[in-house]
Write a protein that binds this ligand. Sequence first.
Ligand code: ADP
Ligand code: AMP
Length: 219
Amino acid sequence: MRIVLLGPPGAGKGTQAAAIAAAYRVPHIATGDIFRDNARQQTELGRLAQGYMDRGELVPDDVVIAMVRNRLQLDDAAIGFLLDGFPRTVPQALALEAVLAEEQRPLQAVVSFTIPDEIVIRRIADRRSCPDCGAVYHLESAPPEVADICDRCKGWLVQRPDDAEDVVRHRLEEYHAKTAKLEAFYRERGLLRELDAVGPVEEVTRRALALLDGKGVSR
Ligand code: ADP
Ligand code: AMP
């Protein structure tokens, strides 16, 4: 399976990616998670990305493209991959297309999460994340067992700095200005599959799996 999840921040891509990646047994590659891991470990890549992330801006294309190209070369991606948060611009989409064409393993589907801005703003306002292991919670729809503590690693949960309201507004502007046009890009290529991302998590998962199973993406 080789698919891309496309949609605004807070649409539920990471949440659904976990379920889809488990069902199809492919690695879940989330560029935002890779940048956050690098920022935490203070690598050169992390230091470079941090300022863009804090401001809610996209990291420059050449940096992201090189990073994803390397990630797709790792052994676990040989059987397939689920890309979450990449591509986010037309140059990124063209670069991905070229890399996969070289390897003769083109994308099979792009799942586009459709959801109004008001709902993603609410989802992000109540998102809490574990800075240690990356687990994601929601105060209402997916609360931790003990308030403020990560179920998985017992770390303290925080609100991501870029989930602050003013940064979220800028991230949504970036999405509408640069990423939303990828819907047309992939529709032209016959790859776009629209997913209604409003509703309970399990319901959206059922829709996503039905959409992929029904479109010839084999498990
Ligand atoms: P993205 O990866 O697209 O930024 P997330 O998967 O992190 O989005 O989801 C954003 C927030 O919304 C998280 O706090 C998550 O727990 C919550 N969430 C995800 N899907 C749903 C849903 N279907 N209903 C309600 N809350 C959801
Ligand atoms: P996310 O976790 O997907 O919401 O991404 C968090 C932040 O990481 C974004 O706001 C960007 O600053 C950066 N980022 C993640 N993926 C990309 C990408 N494909 N292109 C540019 N910047 C990205």
